[in-house]
Design a protein around this ligand. Structure first.
Ligand code: AMP
Length: 482
């Protein structure tokens, strides 16, 4: 019955031809630890997950009777301070860093979502993108205010699902969500976590002083002194109460193959995180080594676009025995250029962000390694800047295949027409960015570097093979036009 409904729901969704992702890659964290300052621990964990979202941050803390939240636009350091954190007393905390697409960066969409009705309080932090959110939302028409994000829709769907206990509601609602979702939630007394049956976005479980913690990436555990225990399995639903974990069950995975996002290894995750038993730094280094075999070049120096290309550049340089060094210094105090919505601001951003060192560049043949090219803005500017500053040759090596297809499962990639590799062949891109040579890593090379089986990954942004059927007219701002 559930399956039949899901199918018809999905076809209705496809017919609408206008859904788009509202939520993109985000960082989530949760802790259940009586006797600990859970708000402060969450603050530090969110700090280490800042790379997954820089537009807003928030946390909700429960002391068993009251659930209080702080949420605002901005980085973790600007949202929280000693004063407001000290007011968040309790033993459960969930936190969120948000990264949204243009237009959806409003205060309404900051997470965790907090739902407070007469007798019930529930909070939820979500990473991913539920593609049938609009359709689910249409079922809540009588609500005072229609949900404006897929995460709010998920929360409402859980609240309205059959069952008297939150655990029953989650079990009943979760099978209706289609798409990518790694979720940490809490009521006043319990913490919950679940992950979509495709396992698209990461979610891991750790231990801190005998209690449980949850995070998007293991780097958060290192920061707070927790020990990584295991990944939450695709489709797994858990409840954490006191120092016990209770596996409530699994979301039906019939016909759904595991599809972990390959782009997590390329760019999204921090290099010191372990994803599916693979240290991300190692995967990136290996991708550089494989690319060196696929596309070697004679050069004086290998450099990275810091920081996303660094691990891969180390691998590329070591495989060819060319020195690895820096040719430009990154200003690490400004955000990612990619998140600036306007093209002219984004272009300016590249100049603000990287300062080339003329003394090192002059007369040299340089290999520049980066993780990916999306719109082509960054790499074009970088080639221009390096050449202007005296480099003799610039050879670009990209440690992933051309990004040709948009992501509908939680990565902020633009529509097809703005993806340079979807519009141009590699030769033309090379001309456009004015590089002396340009090579991308093969898909099989990248899969090998990730250490994962090729059938367990989502490679859609490179291959166009989506783990869930997608209408290509799907527009990326799901609830904004409602
Ligand atoms: P561009 O080609 O100018 O759009 O930007 C590509 C650069 O942005 C690469 O160097 C990546 O490190 C980075 N990047 C790739 N994908 C994303 C993403 N989804 N969000 C933010 N930055 C990204």
């Amino acid at each position: 019955m559930v399956k039949k409904n899901l199918k018809s729901e999905y076809h209705k969704l496809v017919d609408l031809k206008r859904q788009e992702a509202l939520h993109d890659h985000c960082g989530i964290f949760g802790i259940y630890a009586p006797g600990e300052d859970v708000a402060k621990i969450t603050y530090f964990a969110l700090h280490s997950l800042q790379h997954r979202g820089q537009e807003s941050a928030g946390m909700a803390v429960s002391d068993g009777r009251k659930l209080r939240g702080i949420r605002n636009l901005g980085l973790v350091t600007s949202v929280f301070n000693e004063n407001n954190l000290s007011k968040l007393k309790g033993f459960i905390a969930i936190g969120h860093n948000r990264y949204s697409t243009t237009g959806s960066n409003t205060k309404d969409n900051i997470q965790p979502v907090i739902l407070a009705s007469k007798h019930k309080v529930f909070s939820l932090a979500h990473n991913g993108n539920v593609i049938n959110a609009k359709m689910l939302n249409s079922q809540f028409k009588h609500m005072k205010r229609s949900a404006s994000s897929d995460s709010e829709v998920i929360t409402q769907a859980i609240y309205r699902a059959p069952g008297s206990k939150w655990r029953e509601k989650i079990m009943n609602a979760a099978p209706h969500f289609i798409g990518a979702y790694s979720i940490i939630a809490c009521s006043k007394k319990r913490m919950y976590a679940f992950r979509d049956p495709w396992g698209i976005r990461p979610l891991c479980l750790g231990r801190l002083k005998g209690y449980y913690v949850l995070a998007s990436e293991t780097c958060a555990f290192d920061t707070i002194g927790a020990l990584f225990e295991r990944d939450i399995k695709p489709g797994e639903i858990i409840e954490i109460y006191k120092n016990k974990i209770n596996i409530l069950g699994y979301i039906d995975n019939l016909g759904k193959k595991p599809s972990f996002c390959l782009f997590e290894y390329v760019y999204l995750a921090r290099p010191d995180s372990i994803l599916n038993n693979m240290l991300v730094h190692e995967a990136r280094k290996k991708s550089g080594q494989i690319l060196a075999k696929e596309a070697p070049v004679k050069a004086d120096l290998v450099a990275a676009i810091p920081d996303s290309g660094t691990s891969a550049a180390i691998g590329y340089a070591s495989a060819l025995g060319i020195p690895f060094g820096e040719v430009m210094i990154k200003n690490r105090y400004i955000g990612r250029t990619f998140i600036q919505p306007e093209q002219h601001v984004r272009e300016l951003g590249v100049k603000i962000k990287f300062n080339p060192m003329k003394q090192i560049l002059e007369g040299k043949k340089i290999v520049i390694v980066d993780d990916s090219i999306v719109r082509g803005t960054t790499i074009k500017k970088i080639v221009e800047i390096l050449k202007k500053n005296g480099a003799k040759e610039i050879h670009i090596r990209i440690c992933s295949p051309p990004v040709k297809f948009p992501c509908y499962f939680g990565v902020d990639t633009p529509n097809k027409k703005n993806l340079i590799a979807s519009e141009m062949r590699v030769k033309k891109i090379k001309k456009f960015i004015k590089a002396d040579s340009l090579h991308y890593l093969s898909l099989s090379g990248l899969v090998e570097a990730s250490g994962q089986g090729k059938n367990s990954l989502c490679t859609a942004c490179f291959s166009g093979r989506y783990p869930i059927k997608i209408d290509t007219h799907f527009n990326k701002h799901i609830l904004e036009d409602s």
